[in-house]
Design a protein around this ligand. Sequence first.
Ligand SMILES: O=C(O)CNC(=O)[C@H](CS)NC(=O)CCC(=O)C(=O)O
Length: 321
Amino acid sequence: MVRLSAVLRLPLHRFCAGPRSPLGSHQAMAASLGPKPLVAVGQVTSTPDKEQNFSGCAALVRAAARRGACLVFLPEGFDYIGRDSAQTLSLAESLDGDLMARYSTLARDCGVWLSLGGFHERRADWPSTQRIYNCHVLLDPTGRLAAAYRKTHLCDVELEGRVTMKESSFTNPGTEIVPPISTPAGMLGLSICYDLRFPEISLALRHAGAEILTYPSAFTFPTGSAHWEVLLRARAIETQCYVVAAAQTGRNHEGRVSYGHTLVADPWGAVVAQCSEGPGLCYAEIDLEYLRRVRREIPVQSHRRADLYGTVGLQAALSVP
Ligand SMILES: O=C(O)CNC(=O)[C@H](CS)NC(=O)CCC(=O)C(=O)O
């Protein structure tokens, strides 16, 4: 009886617009009384103009801080979107360059954590490789670098006559997945854009303790309209994490339009916040009590068969009946 009512109650959350207060459980009600951390997710239309992009992003971060957000997310290419790979390479900086210094000051002035997805980063190998890294930078409220994750899955995709992306032609792949970072909103796991298509990285981050997964993105229109929300909600459901996805929107330059649809999904897979068209912000409360309840009720993590996933076909090969 208790299980049944719990099962029936959960889907109702999909239709609740306001802050969640689970009915019927004293424990959950008590936990939901305290203020829940608020996160803000930015949607922008970056262009090749770095100065203009910084002004736009800084205005969003300041507005989010005024509203009480403790953590602000900006999308891949928040720094700029180049017209071609030559321009993309020429505009890139290192993490100790001018632009990151300005973001560091901004984080400190506003007293917020900043997730800066997809900074075009020149590293020490720049002179020899002539390639950059696609770097997701996390700054803490003192402006210090809390983590840097470099995109590991590069987007080399060709949809005939519609989309051509060859990220590997100007980007070096990152070589590690970064352990989740403790923030006031929860344990935050870093990915970038095309990484979203690989459930392996989300499961690895979940396994390492993530409670929030974030996919700062610059999705194309044809792929975004077909895959964006489905993939984000699937990652939320299978990892039972909050999923935060800041996105580029609209016309970045003559030759490029981004899909937008910045959103936050909760650990049940419900979309709890979403941006409309154009640059802007959406907000979500992170309710870790609710996350724990979802994980308790459907304990997929303890049902995994890690003993089997790497062994497909091996038993037959060894002739084990
Ligand atoms: O290059 C830059 O300046 C910023 N980076 C991007 O725009 C990246 C690499 S080209 N875009 C994607 O990963 C789109 C993925 C996508 O659209 C999908 O997976 O369907």
